[in-house]
Design a binder for this molecule. Structure first.
Ligand code: BG6
Ligand code: MG
Length: 249
């Protein structure tokens, strides 16, 4: 019985649901993972052949839900590698810097995205439509600077009352996950308190951010068999598919 109640969004208590994008709304976390793998393994092969190569665990622990630049900083630190930050103006240079790696990562990601159109998770869309029919607001957040383009191409931009993505975070100096700031920014834009909003996230960094923001319900979205990782990060519930969530009046 407890499980059933926990998996219910009560329209009386929850006025908004804020969704992370990659891995929750669009099937793009796996595309990011492929781009990261190509970037880091090419980099290690060329400059640090003795260091441990990039693994899916590195993706979940070091880059998932994190901005492009911080993802690089986390990964090189994990391998005890020091690189200069460089700058956006010299990002196309071949000298390895945080910025030049970031430039390459985005190039690889765009190449993958051009070959494979980003898929949308239909269970998420079905829930969003139900929420809207009950006048529950919806927000979309992402660490990605490609988020807006992805939702536009997928034709789902109109489903969200607010979109706060990596481009906005950089412009407004909004701290990245695990800080709660991007979720709090979205909630404020939707005119709801965190105690009136639920978060749906697939990354442990995002679950930690949602908990730090004291949101009413933190839903871990596990599409890859990572439920334990999401519970450990602090998720209130973990689902495999949004059809497990019911909405009550
Ligand atoms: C996050 C992904 O949503 O966005 C990361 O989980 C990704 O893997 C990050 O690197 C930044 O995205 P982008 O498109 O700005 O490089
Ligand atoms: Mg995500």
């Amino acid at each position: 019985m407890k499980e059933v109640l926990e998996r219910t969004i009560s329209a009386k208590e929850i006025n908004a649901v804020i969704f992370d994008m990659d891995g929750v709304v669009t099937d793009t976390a796996t595309l990011h993972m492929a781009a990261w793998k190509k970037l880091f393994n090419n980099f290690l092969d060329n400059h640090y052949p003795d260091k441990k190569r990039f693994t899916p665990t590195d993706y979940y622990n070091l880059v998932n839900g994190i901005s492009r630049l911080d993802g690089i900083r986390n990964f090189i630190a994990s391998r005890n590698i020091n690189l200069p930050d460089g700058s956006p103006s010299e990002e196309r240079n071949s000298r390895p810097t945080v910025h030049s790696l970031a430039y390459k990562k985005n190039k690889y990601f765009k190449e993958i995205l051009n070959q494979k159109q980003a898929e949308v998770f239909q269970d998420t869309i079905a829930l969003i439509k139900q929420l809207k029919s009950k006048n529950i607001k919806t927000g979309l957040i992402s660490a990605s600077k490609n988020a807006e383009e992805i939702v536009e191409k997928a034709g789902i931009k109109e489903l969200f009352d607010i979109i706060a993505d990596g481009k906005l975070a950089a412009k407004e100096h909004i701290k990245g996950k695990p800080a709660p700031d991007i979720f709090l920014y979205a909630a404020k834009s939707l005119k709801v308190k965190s105690s009136q909003a639920a978060i749906a996230e697939d990354a442990s960094s995002g679950i930690k951010a949602a908990k730090a923001g004291a949101f009413k319900l933190v839903i871990g979205v596990d599409r890859e068999g990572k439920d334990e990782m999401l519970y450990n990060a602090g998720a209130d519930i973990v689902i495999n598919n949004f059809n497990e969530i019911k909405i009550s009046d």
